[in-house]
Structures are given as structure tokens and as C-alpha cells.
Design a protein. Sequence first.
Length: 95
Amino acid sequence: MHQTTWPIERKVASVPHRGTGPLFSSAEELAEQIKSKIKRVTQGRVRNLDVFLTGTHVVIEGFCSSFHPFQLAQHAAMEATDDLMVDNQIDVGLS
């Protein structure tokens, strides 16, 4: 019987990511991507925006004057993270 062995050095082809979004190297990078998306979608109407990740949640903090940017931020974060829950802590009102 002939035994086949793999060469010691072999090139591994990179496989493209087939998920719904890009791969991120860290939680901080993902938080920055979410923050950028929220800023873009809300056109900067959320002041003092901060985004951070816990083990299972994306937490959004900031201030806005109406519920429309609040809702836009919520949906932007939900679209950016398929498997994490979004905890929207944005305060709505005159701040």
C-alpha cells in the first residue's frame, strides 16, 4: 500500500468570510465600526455617543433631542451585530 504524505510546507488558500458582515479582530474594532455606522445613519444627531461591548450586549450611550435618532441608532447597531443584543441607553430630551 502506498502512503501519501503532505509536504511539510504548504500554502493555505484564504477562504473568504461568508457571513452577513465583516470579520472583526477585536471588540474595540467592532465597537468603533458600530459607532461610525450610528454617526453616519443618524447624521450626528446623537451627542456624546459611546459604544462598548459586554460579553453578550452592545451598549449604546449618548443624548439626542427626539426619538427618531434613538430609533435609527438602535437599528444601525442591530444590523451591525447579528448575534449580540443591543442595550440602547441613549437619553432622549433636552440635554
